[in-house]
Design a protein around this ligand. Structure first.
Ligand code: MN
Length: 328
């Protein structure tokens, strides 16, 4: 296991920074924050995002962002942030250019190591916390360029400081980020209060699919490509919809099945739990992974059979925990 001291020497040259295929606020914020740190240390960072949700565009200015790793460029190091396995690297691990060092900074509990250097701390509420601590270890004082993306990372991965992963370590870093120029309202407006009307229409259709079973302890939602087309929305606009299922009184486990935009019988299933149920182990039954309270996987099949399989697996989990006596 590596730590900040092992990583710092590799941040001073040409550094490519990558993350997973569907970047959330922690992935985007950690990548842009690490890029700002590389620049502060005198290096030349490039961030690769095949797709970056629009809500994180406010972090782009001033950064060298590419959709594909440039084939003709030489890098001194490749850093992958907030990514638990090689298979989750955007466009696959083979898309990463060869470099003297492949380093990983991550906080996922369920993971498969793939970097030559790996700094993994599952006790960190966000990968952005680790990037912030890396900057502190380097003696770099937070300025707005560093603080704004790292604020995005900790804000989003703690569910706006709602989740129990929110700890003193997170808030101590948060205080330093605010002192350094992070702007909470800028982040809130950009990430949570700039929805397109199409997103709200898709939310309406999605909520209409609510399916509650196992004594109201397991809730399902789904979105088909047809629904997305009817709303005029892309699938990525459904980020966060699953929380509406979990927020129902009595629901212990929620899942949202989203149809892949290209492969008709491929479903991307996201899981959330309230706390007692490790949904990463549920996702792992379908070759996925994630965190105890938030995980995901991909399942192939017809929608109805995918939903039945997940309900069956989830029933086992709530029953194992002794919470359901009257399973159907
Ligand atoms: Mn994260």
């Amino acid at each position: 296991m590596s730590g900040p001291a092992d990583l710092l020497p590799h941040l001073r040259g040409r550094v490519l920074i990558a993350t997973h295929a569907t970047p959330d606020g922690d992935a985007a914020g950690s990548a842009f924050g690490l890029a700002a740190l590389v620049r502060a240390l005198g290096g030349a960072p490039t961030c690769v995002f095949p797709r970056l949700p629009r809500v994180f565009d406010y972090l782009r200015p001033g950064h060298d962002v590419v959709e594909r790793a440039p084939a003709d460029a030489a890098f001194d190091a490749v850093f992958v942030v907030d990514c638990g396995s090689a298979s989750q690297v955007a466009d696959g691990p083979e898309s990463l250019p060869a470099a003297p060092v492949l380093a990983v900074i991550d906080h996922h509990r369920t993971r498969e190591p793939f970097g030559a250097l790996e700094w993994v701390d599952a006790g960190a509420s966000a990968t952005g916390v680790l990037v912030g601590e890396l900057a502190q270890a380097a003696g770099v004082v937070f300025d707005a360029a560093l603080a704004r993306p790292l604020w995005c990372a900790i804000l989003t991965d703690t569910g706006s400081f709602h989740y129990s992963s929110t700890d003193g370590r997170t808030l101590r870093l948060g205080a330093a980020l605010l002192d350094g120029g992070a702007d909470p309202w800028e982040a809130t407006q950009s990430i949570y209060e700039s929805h397109e009307p199409e997103r709200q229409r898709l939310l309406g259709l999605c909520l209409g699919t609510l399916d509650l079973r196992h004594g109201g302890k397991v809730a399902a939602l789904h979105i088909t490509r047809e629904m997305a087309a009817a709303a005029g929305a892309s699938m990525e606009l459904s980020s966060g919809f699953i929380n509406y299922a979990r927020s129902i009184a009595g629901v212990e486990i929620a899942f949202l099945a989203r149809q892949d935009e290209e492969i008709e019988d491929l479903w991307r299933v996201a899981f959330r739990s309230r706390g007692t149920h490790p949904v990463d182990s549920l996702a792992a039954r379908f070759d996925g992974g994630g965190h105890r309270n938030a995980a995901g996987c991909r399942i192939t099949g017809q929608l109805s059979e995918v939903v039945e399989r997940v309900f069956a697996a989830a029933a086992g989990l709530v029953a194992d925990a002794g919470l359901v006596e009257d399973l159907p």
